[in-house]
Design a protein around this ligand. Structure first.
Ligand SMILES: C[S@@+](CC[C@H](N)C(=O)[O-])C[C@H]1O[C@@H](n2cnc3c(N)ncnc32)[C@H](O)[C@@H]1O
Length: 188
């Protein structure tokens, strides 16, 4: 399996550092359980969360990204298991305490139903007391679509719905960008 991101991941740390808002939320969350990072890429978040003491599983269809992440896991002996796979075929959500999806949803017309279907599947399959953490770009109606999909089960409570900006400078090109982001955390 080769993902379309394989070529982009020739650039080290393509997406930069984990969002401070995400790290802060997770650091303050009292339960240190099992995290599933769906579409973990090069391990930007998965590595940070493993360093915080979580047992992390990261799935991505980029073999290059998973290999880069696994190298760091080996050097630091982290509790992080990286697996090449398709997140849409994954079906073991009930095994995890936190399911993280960072920059995975765009809700563009062609993928919208598929992405909404994935959100609903996760909502329905996770155990009571478990969290779904989603970071998305806060443009257009993305957050609204996400919130509607999450509300598919009325028993969810929102722990956080936070807007923030993320500034990033590409180390190769020097290109600077500022992105409006949103982090939504729900508990079942
Ligand atoms: C924008 S990147 C975000 C990476 C990471 N979550 C982060 O925030 O640094 C999207 C990631 O999703 C992965 N991806 C996209 N579709 C996928 C699928 N169906 N199964 C597994 N991984 C997928 C890509 O390979 C890429 O690593």
């Amino acid at each position: 399996m080769t993902g379309t991101y394989d070529k982009y991941y020739q650039t080290k740390d393509l997406f930069g550092e984990p969002y401070p808002e995400l790290v802060e939320f997770i650091s303050n969350y009292p339960k240190k359980g099992k995290v599933l990072d769906l579409g973990c890429g090069q391990g930007r978040d998965a590595i940070a969360l493993a360093r915080l003491g979580y047992a992390v599983t990261g799935i991505d269809n980029s073999k290059v990204g998973i290999e880069q992440m696994n190298k760091i896991v080996e050097i630091e002996n982290l509790n992080l298991y990286g697996q090449v796979g398709d997140i849409y075929s994954f079906d073991r959500y009930h095994e995890f305490d936190i399911v993280l999806l960072d920059s995975m949803f765009h809700f563009a017309k062609k993928d919208r139903e598929k992405e909404i279907g994935l959100v609903k599947r996760i909502v329905s399959d996770i155990r009571k007391g478990c969290l779904i953490v989603v970071c998305i770009q806060d443009t257009g109606d993305k957050a609204q679509i996400l919130n509607q999909a999450l509300d598919y089960e009325k028993e969810l409570s929102r722990l956080t719905d936070k807007k923030f900006t993320y500034s990033f400078e590409d180390s190769d090109t020097g290109h600077k960008s500022v992105t409006d982001c949103r982090m939504i955390v729900v508990e079942k």
